[in-house]
Design a binder for this molecule. Sequence first.
Ligand code: ADP
Ligand code: MG
Length: 650
Amino acid sequence: MKTPTLRPRSTGPAEVGTEFVPIAEEARNEAPRAGIDPDRSLSWLRRAMPIMRAHKGIFLTSLALSFVGLILQVQIPNLLNKAIGNSLQHHTVPLSYYVWWIVGLGVASGVTGYIARLFLFETAYDIEYDLRNIIYEHLTKMSFGFYDRVQSGQLISRANSDIRSVQMYMTFAPLILVQCSLAVIAFGYMLSYSVPLAFVAMAMMPLVFWTGVRMRNSMFPVSWIIQARLADVATIVDENVNGVRVVKSFAAEQQQLRALSGAAERVQWGYIRDADLRAKFTPLVQNLPQVGLALVLVFGGYMVIHGSLQIGAIVAFNSYLLMLQAPFMMLGMLIMMGQRAAASADRIYEILDEQPTVTDAPDAADLTDCAGDVRFRHVDFAYGEDDEQLVLADFDLHVRPGQTVAIVGRTGAGKSTVARLLARFYDVRHGSVELDGHDVRDLTLASLRANVGVVLDEPFLFSVSIRDNIAYGRPSATPAEVEAAARAAGAHEFISHLSAGYDTVVGERGYTLSGGQRQRIAIARTLLVNPPVLVLDDATSAIDVQVEQTIHAGLKLLMEGRTTLIIAHRLSTISLADRVVLLDSQRVVADGTHAELLASTPLYAEVLAQAAEFEAADERVDEEASDVESDAGDGQLGALLDAVRTGGDR
Ligand SMILES: Nc1ncnc2c1ncn2[C@@H]1O[C@H](COP(=O)(O)OP(=O)(O)O)[C@@H](O)[C@H]1O
Ligand SMILES: [Mg+2]
């Protein structure tokens, strides 16, 4: 097979090393404006202060303007009092004087209030934007071990609602406090009219506040429950959509529907509880101030009749009471928002405080001119913390530059683990993995991964065109280079038969293609980067034997002068290698040519025979699975999923 633009490795590794530009280098993202304070002993709000400080100009302006607006507003009842006294009762000042003042103050307070709200919301969404960037930037840094543990659906839906509740508290709490300062001024005016009546009028306020607190306290747990149950529904829908092939192949739709309706019912229960509590408390909270008004009327009316109070004062008291009702209720809400924001912040910080385990060492060097000498020295490795569960123990392997080695072993023997350690997806416990004599931990991750191309056992495709999928590691590749890589991977033929050819957009995760087709695109993607070290982790397992034969010719040419590790269980694939190592009980137990191993190690023949059996079974399953492939999740399902995911995020 001819590969016009894809050079075999022998043309010189230096050139390739300099040619590869990781995607992130090309389109570098702007770093978030601020981060959280790394000091964990501080309170959550203190830790979030750097973010607030990044927006302090606009935020303080907004608070100042809303304060001004409130000051203006609080004058109005006082003017009303004067208007009633001076214009209506004593006719000393024309009524229009007060009317104009009140209209003027109302307009001014409206304008300042508008600008203040605009700035406040801008601050809120700036903070939300920053938090989102900080979290996602952090997530991209996290190592494989982190992603093994977390549930991505929960991570996404929680990140959204948690960001929202922190943002709300950070912007609205100061605003509510400003509004409560209004109460002080209003109370001052009331005192100036009549000290006893001021206390009578305010008598109900502690009760309003207390009822607000009670209401929030009983609604708070319910809202948490609703949040959690919405996340459950999101998880079930998520699994239904992504696992649709399994669901359908077991005809388990009814079972899934039952699970979903059960979860939906639990959400419904939460919402009904919530509505019940609201229905109970809202009339109480709304009508308590009316009791205050009645008290003002009784006592104030008595005072007016006896001449110790102006009639206008009663009207002013009335307005002040209505004005104060909202801040007092919000004060209760503030407590709930605070509790909620603290819990949300804890969960956000839990993610942000987790440090990536696999990172560049401070003095890490770029690997250039990679020859491709691979060496595992006395490697101990386990995925978890538990030392008992070592996947590799005292594992040794040396692959010389340009050599092609097949790694064979039972399922779960640790073959994929070897591949992952070479690309430093995880760090070894003891011993070392070396590339060209450098410990991989002394190299920059970007240069290491540019030099070690891994075709993973589960090919993941993005929902973009086939061309963009292949060019993922080298977006600047020309169409001719993309095609050459596809030819080498045996993918060109089927791609050219697709209606839109290389511009065909694959469905989510590439499910509109067969497993073997996906694998070929994944191989092409790695070949295009042209790495000096190539690792094929079961990369041809789903490709027909016949098709694989045609790929082999291309692969053979590409393996020339390139260090290649092939993880395989098919005899035909193994035959591509000069050398076979058999992996068992945490280390290499046999090493030699295929013929040597066959003669010397009974386990080798056993593993191959077992693999052949699995393969026969696999093919049967593949055929069944391809029947449901046309039902792949489309845009509508995606939208549905989004709706459910953000459902709890109000
Ligand atoms: N991400 C992971 N987290 C925890 N354990 C894992 C992970 N991946 C693999 N393992 C475990 O490590 C062992 C080796 O796995 P693997 O290297 O994938 O085997 P192979 O590729 O030879 O089939 C298995 O026992 C498997 O259960
Ligand atoms: Mg594997």
